[in-house]
Design a protein around this ligand. Structure first.
Ligand SMILES: Cc1ncc(COP(=O)(O)O)c(C=O)c1O
Length: 414
């Protein structure tokens, strides 16, 4: 039996152990220390622009602290790309604020700048107040149109928090994502471009911004010999042990990016002549994606074996997701789900030991956000119904890709 091929598994191929050993040998096993400092320096070096970086416990905590630093509080609104993982918008709700969802453009799959512009104007007209931040998301690594988004942000004077959790190493016109806005969010979860097992970082504009984030991330302690607190803080720093993994991973980041791009190119080549299947590509040369995951779309007319029974039973185990925890449900259906041929393809690949999963379900279609305003054009909902993610991580070989493509071909009904 073939080994299972996962979407994106961590690969410890740098000198992670050396840094972890140093942490143990020197007893720096706390959420500060030489590895944390070294990792932040490495990240700052990679960002290239004149930025500072704070290493944090997760990408989600980075979104949370960026929102706090932008002054988001109860009753505020934040413009968030709807087509994303929930961690882009959940922290808005942690703060008692409301995410206002903005749909995507068809070519990049990311925030539609024209719709964003209209949505902000409308929010100001409806509420009499400006949204407090704008969060575009680099979906599966693909850059957002940051030139247009920054223009619109400047027009309304609203800060941008780039969610580049999936886009570490992606570039827009040569410049690293996360370095354009007021803040840039990175994730080093176990399935990302590099990992610290779990972790994240916030790219900040300057030292003062970094210091403020650091302060919030360490329980907002005032400068007294005893513990004095005048604001609510969080325990969001990255462990020095995990930062050691990150330092080791930084030595192989370029290799990882090159590998993901190679995987994408091979899928593009091998899937090119299969009618009814399209690989999602960069719209033009300005969009330099890391291709964290390869994504395809299935024509609704494509017949896939088993699609008649695609949603015959409720899901009982997790489809993707690091922790694999799901809340069991009695129903196999929701009012917005991938087409039956997409689910049949996922199940066919799963049975052949290939992990594939639907693209993110847009936040404006999630029951938990049913009260949130949304400015939609049908793009993300349309892609959700036809889209699918394929394995692309550092352990995925050319032979795996050939196997995945031949499995896809054999799943197609005559
Ligand atoms: C778009 C996006 N934003 C934020 C996050 C949150 O990152 P983390 O899992 O490190 O909290 C993730 C990934 O997990 C993500 O995909």
């Amino acid at each position: 039996m073939r080994n299972r091929i996962y979407l994106c598994l961590a690969h410890m191929s740098g000198n992670e152990m050396q840094y972890i050993k140093e942490a143990f040998d020197t007893n720096w096993v706390v959420p500060l220390g030489p590895n944390v400092n070294g990792f932040e320096e490495d990240l700052k070096g990679f960002a290239g622009a004149d930025r500072e970086v704070v290493a944090l416990a997760s990408g989600t905590s980075a979104v949370h602290l960026a929102l706090i630093a932008c002054g988001v509080g109860p009753g505020d609104e934040v413009m968030v790309q709807s087509f994303t993982f929930c961690a882009s918008s959940h922290p808005v709700r942690y703060l008692g604020a409301t995410p206002v969802f903005v749909d995507s453009e068809p070519d990049s799959w990311n925030m539609d700048p024209d719709l964003l512009d209209k949505a902000i104007a409308d929010r100001i007209a409806v509420t009499g107040r400006k949204p407090k931040a704008i969060i575009p998301v680099a979906l599966y690594g693909m850059p957002y149109r940051i030139d247009r988004i920054m223009e619109i942000a400047a027009k309304y004077d609203i800060p941008v928090i780039e969610d580049a959790a999936e886009g570490f190493g992606s570039r827009w016109e040569g410049r690293v994502l996360g370095t354009f806005g007021k803040f840039g969010v990175l994730s080093f979860n176990g399935n990302k471009m590099i990992t610290t097992s779990g972790g994240g970082a916030l790219v900040c504009e300057d030292k003062a911004a970094k210091d403020k984030i650091l302060w919030y991330a360490t329980q907002a302690r005032e400068g007294y010999p005893y513990y004095q607190h005048e604001a609510i803080g969080y325990n969001y720093r990255l462990s020095n042990v995990c930062a050691g993994i990150g330092r080791g991973q930084m030595t192989v980041l370029d290799e990882h990016i090159a590998h993901h791009k190679h995987v994408q190119a091979l899928y593009e080549e091998l899937l090119a002549d299969i009618p009814g299947i399209k690989v999602h590509k960069a719209p033009d040369a300005r969009f330099d994606s890391n291709f964290w995951l390869c994504t395809i779309t299935l024509d609704p007319g494509l017949k896939v074996k088993g699609q008649e029974n695609a949603y015959a039973s409720a899901v009982t185990k997790a489809i993707g997701g690091a922790a694999g925890v799901i809340h069991a449900t009695g129903s196999a259906h929701t009012d917005c789900e991938p087409n039956a041929n997409v689910e049949a393809m996922r199940a066919f690949l799963d049975a052949a030991q290939v992990e594939a999963r639907p693209v993110w379900k847009p936040m404006h279609k999630q029951p938990v956000y049913k009260e949130s305003p949304a400015y939609v054009n049908g793009v993300s909902e349309g892609i959700f119904k036809v889209g699918m993610c394929l394995p692309a991580g550092p352990l995925v070989t050319d032979d795996d890709i050939r196997y995945i493509v031949s499995t896809i071909k054999s799943a197609i009904a005559d």
